[in-house]
Design a protein around this ligand. Structure first.
Ligand SMILES: [Mn+2]
Length: 386
């Protein structure tokens, strides 16, 4: 059996103030082309189909259309779980209808114990859960519940119970959405739009999944975070932030038989996220910026290493670069500026004085007469006149 493993589509997500929908469509079309080329037997989407529990209408329409193309036009079975960004209850709606065309989205723990049974394979789909969901499912007493307050503890109970459902002589695949820690991902700078302790020491140990032939993970957006060769993160098909800007995006083609083979197939961005770092004069020099396709052809994240001596630096950069996701100041005094800022806001100085001190610390020079006037005007505008 041959599967395409992808995850973390986050349909409806925005990059800065920009919609990612057209880039998500571009990635989807490449996913379809790869699935056709590889003649896969099914598509695995390991959670975070949407970016939010209640996605906007255009996101719902986009995903429905994508699902129609995969499942109704190409007749690929879909094996998916809800991730921490998905609204599990909403995503689980319509299950009986969907499953008549082999479109599976598991959104509850109970469903995880009902694997899809293929002649030579069982496909388990374990959605992202809160420990509370597991305590309710297992009908734990208050006393027992005290031992199951973390995802790690809950998974240590769930996974052996899934393995107990294994039918001998079949291969076993798991689709799930957690921070799984192996030896391969230690020390990596991980990114995931999540409030769990990704990248920290907490995580579900990969050894817990040793009985599965392949574990298709979602949650962490970089494939380099994959814990082992057969427990993998496919990563998101689109770049979602500057930490992912250098990473190649793509999908895994996984063939599961008596052995497991995994192949990476990259996805090319149409509109890329480009990270630029330099002094204001460096990055506003034509010889520098002309190397990039601009005017809406790419997104730019700009880090300034000096404090620009101009008014409306962002406006100037926007005129040059077009779609700017963010402008950060990363000069050597940036950290110092934060410290000074917190020390100054103690009620003894006026707003004007705080701004002057802050500017002097960061820019290593006093405000000009024009800047003093500008600060006065702004403070007056917001009702905090000096
Ligand atoms: Mn995600």
């Amino acid at each position: 059996m041959k599967f395409l493993h992808t995850a973390d589509w986050h349909i409806g997500k925005e990059l800065g103030a920009f919609s990612l929908l057209s880039e998500q469509w571009n990635a989807f079309q490449q996913v379809v082309a790869i699935a056709e080329d590889e003649a896969v037997d099914g598509i695995i989407i390991a959670g975070d189909l949407y970016d939010r529990g209640i996605p906007p209408l255009n996101a719902v329409e986009a995903f429905e259309q994508m699902a129609r193309i995969m499942n109704l036009e190409h007749h690929w079975p879909i094996y998916a779980v809800s991730g921490n960004h998905d609204g599990a209850v909403r995503l689980g709606a319509g299950r009986e209808w969907r499953e008549t065309t082999a479109f599976f989205i598991h959104t509850t723990l109970a469903e995880a114990f009902e694997p899809v049974e293929l002649p030579d394979m069982q496909i388990f789909m374990l959605p992202f859960l809160d420990p509370l969901d597991a305590r309710i499912y297992y009908q734990m007493s208050d006393e027992e519940s005290r031992d199951y307050t973390s995802i790690e503890a809950v998974m240590a109970r769930i996974i052996p119970d899934l393995v107990a459902k294994f039918k001998p002589g079949k291969h076993h695949i798991l689709v799930t959405h957690y921070n799984v820690i192996g030896t391969g991902n230690i020390g990596y700078e991980l990114t995931s739009e999540t409030n769990s302790q990704v990248g920290g020491l907490k995580g579900v140990p990969a050894s817990l999944f040793a009985d599965f032939d392949y574990v298709a993970l979602g949650h962490i957006h970089l494939r380099q975070a994959s814990p082992t060769d057969t427990i993998r993160y496919a990563g998101s098909p689109v770049k979602f932030n500057t930490k992912e800007a250098q990473a190649e995006k793509g999908v895994y083609i996984v063939e599961v038989g008596d052995t497991v083979t995994v192949k990476w197939r990259p996805i090319q961005p149409v509109k890329d996220l480009i990270v630029i770092k330099g002094t204001f004069s460096e990055i506003t020099a034509p010889a520098f910026y002309e190397q990039y396709a601009r005017e809406g052809a790419n997104w730019f994240s700009i880090s300034l290493t000096d404090f620009p001596d101009v008014r409306n630096a962002r406006g100037i950069l926007t005129t040059i670069y077009g779609d700017i996701v963010e402008v950060n100041y990363v000069g050597q005094n940036a950290q110092l500026g934060n410290v000074v800022q917190s020390e100054l806001v103690d009620g003894t100085l006026s707003d004007q004085e705080i701004i002057s001190h802050f500017y002097e610390t960061v820019a290593e020079k006093p405000l000009s007469a024009e800047q003093v006037q500008l600060v006065e005007m702004m403070l007056t505008d917001i009702g905090r006149g000096v």
